[in-house]
Design a protein around this ligand. Structure first.
Ligand code: ADP
Length: 787
């Protein structure tokens, strides 16, 4: 039964990664990253040319010292400011903006007030706003404020709101035509990024200082709450003139060209201005005002964020996850490719938009892409883990099934072979007794049927073992000529009986010896020759062996002039239990297994097999086997059978089955051996210790002590007494390679599979007696392994 597949629960991964993403997105860390990204944008977009619309007049230390020496100690009288402004207008300034709050009355206020009132010479005076304190305004101040404020309603919704307002002195206020708010609100991280263009205070809306300057020159910058100017970053972007330089210079051509047509911001950036941190570094208020004015005047501002573009970017970032989830089976390569593509598309879009000074939320999109990647990777890893788990379950099940199969095979083989052994043995013995011709025919028929049944069982077991992966190939030298000769004499009687002409030839170029599994090659050729003789009524069957063109193997051809195979059945006959047509089984018998086994054997040996045939015109089987030529071995695999006389040898047969005892007794009757019988393993050990035998035939499955245990006990006794080992031949219905190994390991000299033929038994006994040392010598050499 197939074990249930483990559930593929990867949702926790998705949820987990999304939760983590949400937490990150909401955390201050992410806000910081987002701001950092904005600052990067601002730095990248910073204009590289010099500011051409503004000039800064710096009330620096040198100016303060010089003016103090002339009787104008700091704080100066306002006539200094008025003189500076007048000079600027004389040099062609477009407007003058004081980034100085003239809150305290000073001498010279009247002069400055008169200048500020001149419509031809636009001057902006600074006001300040505050939330810390709220100075009371008198009626005169209120009515001036009303006159100077923006028309009611304009830009009010976007304006920053303040509690208190600090105004210039009443004298200055009376003359002022333009008033602007100095203060600019910082972002929550303390950085100055945007110009708050409008301020609402005391029920009025006032422009920022920069806004007021722009209103007078290029027009109001619109009603956005916050305008982000692209500040110039290079140090000499801004032309700066010190106050004393301005006041002292004879109208030099150089100074005139610096002032003409420009809006001039007067402040004290190098001494008294408050410093602000901006995305392009720390700068003083007046410089910021001037740079902001320049940028906004030139239209160099960052476009406001557009939610639709942010959404588009997020959609691209989320696409790999959406596509990945649509696939039922995770595919890490495609997921990775989709993520990489999405990243490229995002970067391309961001670059394109940045070129238009349009910012988008790249960090959020990257976070989303990352979260998607984590979710997909998690899903994939989970699937991998489940697949590995499944593979372990599958392989355990397969191993269990394999074990069950080989156990079943062992049992089945044993159960069937034991009675078959008895049947065939008795049939063979019966054939040696005097009987009438009719009786002989019956006995021969029974013998043939038994032999056929044995082959069939061998085939079925072979195929099942093959399926369970249990067939191993030997690699030993053997003679192709001897093999062909053996097959010829084997098939000669059948051919003669069917009046077939049988020929077998080996090409002279064939090596005398080749390396391979002689038994399996024989099996292949027997199947092919068997079919050829079976399916040919008259005519000829030929076996031909040639050296392969590359001299690395043999090319074998089995040709017949028989009934042939129809073209459409040709491919099927290699399938197990497949016959060319239904009538074949009835006419010729057979199980349909021969060719299936043949092909498996040929493929396992690294070769190939091909059938050429047509209905009614014979069949040719061509087999190519990689059997390399080799040197003569020490002991040829095809040695003749031994001729050791057995007369007078004393043998012990350990066997609990009556019929099998009878069969072996019958087979050895004429050989002249003296045969003692033990009925179980324990008795066998007792007898073998009490008396030295020339050889022991040991059944394996016996009561009390099985054959292997009995053999071990006999070997232990021999070692204890310093005796040479008595040759033990195991007789067993179990015939798998592992059974042979087990017998050899227990100390047996050979392992014969039941049913045993008389000739095989006699040959094995002769060989074993030859190999054994004379009784009485000390045990030294390990017995040769034969089967
Ligand atoms: P079996 O011979 O035991 O039925 P095989 O697997 O050896 O099984 O062959 C399968 C089928 O292929 C046979 O039943 C027969 O129909 C066809 N076949 C094989 N060899 C020959 C041949 N030499 N001539 C004609 N038919 C053949």
């Amino acid at each position: 039964m197939q074990p249930p597949r483990p559930a593929f629960d990867w949702w926790p991964w998705i949820l987990g990664s999304w939760l983590a993403t949400a937490l990150i997105a909401l955390s201050s860390l992410f806000t910081g990253i987002d701001r950092h990204w904005l600052d990067l944008n601002l730095r990248w977009l910073s204009p590289s040319d010099d500011a051409r619309s503004v000039l800064v007049v710096d009330i620096d230390e040198a100016s303060m010292r010089a003016l103090a020496a002339r009787g104008q100690p700091w704080p100066f009288g306002r006539d200094v400011h008025a003189a500076a402004a007048r000079r600027l207008f004389d040099l062609g300034a477009r407007a003058v903006v004081f980034n100085l709050l003239f809150a305290e009355p000073r001498p010279g206020d009247e002069a400055l007030s008169a200048l500020a009132a001149d419509a031809q010479r636009p001057v902006v005076l600074a006001a300040d706003v505050s939330n810390e304190f709220r100075p009371a305004l008198d009626e005169a101040a209120r009515s001036r404020l009303q006159a100077l404020a923006a028309p009611p309603g304009s830009a009010a919704p976007a304006a920053s709101r303040w509690e208190g307002l600090l105004l210039p002195t009443p004298v200055l206020l009376a003359g002022a035509r333009h008033l602007g708010v100095q203060r600019t609100a910082l972002d929550s991280d303390g950085r100055l990024r945007c110009l708050h263009a409008w301020h609402q205070v005391e029920g009025q809306v006032l422009p920022a200082l920069v806004t007021a300057a722009l209103q007078m020159t290029s027009g109001a910058p619109g009603d956005a709450a916050c305008i982000t100017p692209l500040l110039r970053t290079h140090t000499d972007a801004l032309r700066v003139v010190s106050l004393v330089e301005l006041l002292d210079a004879q109208a030099s051509a150089a100074l005139a060209s610096s002032v003409k047509g420009r809006t001039v911001f007067i402040g004290s950036p190098s001494v008294l201005d408050a410093q602000a941190m901006t995305p392009v570094g720390q700068i003083a208020g007046t410089w910021w005002q001037a740079l902001a004015y320049e940028a906004i005047h030139n239209g160099e501002v960052l476009a406001p964020r557009r939610p639709v573009l942010d959404a588009a970017l997020l959609l691209i970032a989320g696409a790999p996850l959406l596509l990945g989830l649509r696939r039922r089976v995770p595919d890490v390569r495609r997921d990775a490719a989709a993520s990489a593509l999405a990243l490229l598309a995002m970067l391309a879009l961001v670059a394109l938009l940045l070129w238009r000074a349009q910012p988008v939320g790249l960090p959020a999109a990257l976070l989303l892409l990352l979260a998607g990647g984590v979710a997909l990777a998690g899903r994939w890893m989970r699937r991998q883990a489940l697949d590995r788990q499944q593979a372990r379950v599958d392989s355990a099940a397969a191993q269990a099934a394999e074990r069950a199969t080989s156990q079943f095979l062992a049992h089945m083989s044993h159960e069937v072979r034991t009675p078959l052994n008895a049947m065939l043995g008795v049939t063979q013995l019966l054939g040696e007794t005097p009987m009438s011709p009719l009786q002989r025919r019956y006995v021969e028929t029974m013998g043939h049927a038994g032999a056929h049944l044995t082959r069939l069982i061998d085939d079925v077991l072979d195929l099942s073992r093959w399926e369970a992966g249990g067939v191993t190939l030997q690699r030993q030298p053997f003679s192709p000529r001897a093999l062909v000769e053996e097959l010829r004499s084997l098939f000669e009687p059948q051919a003669r009986a069917k009046t077939l002409h049988l020929s077998a030839a080996v090409d002279d170029a064939c090596p005398a010896l080749v390396l391979g599994d002689a038994h399996r090659v024989r099996q292949v050729l027997m199947n092919l020759l068997g079919n050829a003789t079976k399916f040919t009524g008259g005519g000829s069957v030929s076996l031909e062996v040639m050296a392969a063109a590359d001299r690395q193997g043999l090319e074998i051809t089995v040709r017949d002039t028989g009934i042939g195979i129809a073209a459409d059945r040709l491919a099927m006959v290699f399938e197990p239990f497949m016959q060319a047509d239904a009538g074949v089984a009835q006419r010729f018998g057979g199980s349909g297994l021969g060719l299936a086994i043949t092909r498996r054997l040929v493929v396992a040996m690294g070769g190939e097999i091909r059938l050429e045939s047509a209905a009614g015109s014979g069949t040719t089987a061509r087999v190519k086997l990689p059997l390399p030529a080799c040197e003569a071995p020490q002991t040829p695999a095809h040695g003749g059978s031994s001729t050791t006389p057995l007369g007078g040898k004393r043998l012990l047969l350990a066997e609990d089955n009556e019929v099998n005892v009878m069969v072996v007794q019958g087979m050895l009757r004429d050989s002249g051996v003296l045969l003692d019988i033990a009925r179980d393993g324990r008795e066998a050990v007792g007898m073998a210790i009490a008396q030295r035998y020339d050889l022991v035939l040991m059944d394996l499955l016996m009561p009390h002590l099985d054959g292997h245990e009995a053999t071990r006990a006999i070997r232990a006794d021999e070692t204890g007494r310093g005796l040479a080992p008595v040759p033990v031949i195991a007789l067993s219905a179990n015939t798998q390679a592992s059974d042979l190994q087990a017998s050899l390991a227990a100390g047996c000299l050979a392992h014969l599979g039941k049913p045993v033929e008389k000739a095989t038994l006699l040959a094995a006994i002769s060989q074993a007696l030859e190999a054994a040392q004379p009784v009485g010598e000390a045990a030294s050499a390990a017995p040769p392994a034969t089967s």
